[in-house]
Design a protein around this ligand. Sequence first.
Ligand code: HMG
Ligand code: MG
Length: 308
Amino acid sequence: MAKGKIKVVEVGPRDGLQNESRQLSVSLRSQLVEKLVATGEQFIEAGSFVSPQWVPQMAETEKILKRVYKKQSERKISRRADISVLVPNVKGMELAIRAGAKHVAIFAACSESFSKRNINCTIEESFQRFEAIVKMARSHRIKVRGYLSTAFGCPYEGAVSKAVVMHLADRILKLGVYEVSIGDTIGVATPLQVEKLLSQLERRVSLKKVAMHFHDTRGTALANVLKSLERGVRTFDASIGGLGGCPYASGASGNLSTEDLIYMLHGMGYSTGVDLKKLIQVSRWMSSKMQKTLPSKMSQAGSVPDYI
Ligand code: HMG
Ligand code: MG
């Protein structure tokens, strides 16, 4: 029974790899993006223009962008995908423009301590930076996505007020992003929390412009996706293999795995455009390059049962 299309935003090459202690070469990171495109994934965050002192895993993202765009324009990749990159400030945006980015993502936190530790400024200062970035994006015809991290809990401050999340979601959308991704950065959310937040959020912003970004640190990510689907959300972020870990919980699994998400969605009758069998092969390839078993349940199970 077809239920409609779900947009899956693949964040493995950025949110996944930025949290892994093993640093991959530009060549391997580019191959990862190209392999993901070949699975039918249509929205892929390929890296970030952040400080290489802060996040060395994302250094030289410009080389990945240039390589993937070149291959797409020469049709050396059979499919096309919308490739985006994360930018924290004007300097990052300048670098992204120079590398030819057509799509960027800005990111704010819902708690002051996380904002300070993550991008070295207050939430208010981050919005001032974003205003400048959005202006630059408009004049270069670049699309801008927004993230709100720590929406369900902060590693330094604990509980985060829903009123703050609602206010910031409204504010970042008014700034001009086409979609806001609400992040459970440390994987603490439960379906009840998701239900409560979304039922309030939809009074303020259209859920058509909301994506959910769950981490599976405590095993609740898919349950949270299910609750979000029930409330009408149709866009989810996920990371190949569940790459990512969590810097605040050693040994914990990281982002929701893309193949676990897609298995559940396809089994429920939703379409994603992604070939799950190919995706599992990419996850296994990634596991060999990371030299460890990745957290994805689907890749560990290995096969996609035909009778589901
Ligand atoms: P800062 O140290 O305050 O920067 O870092 P600054 O403006 O004082 O400049 C210091 C030096 O950094 C200067 O170089 C700048 O040119 C350079 P110097 O003169 O000393 O040679 N610099 C840069 N270099 C490259 N790219 C740039 C850049 N900006 C300045 N963009 C900064 C501020 C924002 C750069 C830093 O804090 C940073 O890079 N933070 C990013 C950290 C990060 O990537 N965190 C992970 C993001 S994921 C997330 O937040 C959650 C999300 O995944 C959703 C979820 O899971 O919930 C989105
Ligand atoms: Mg994340």
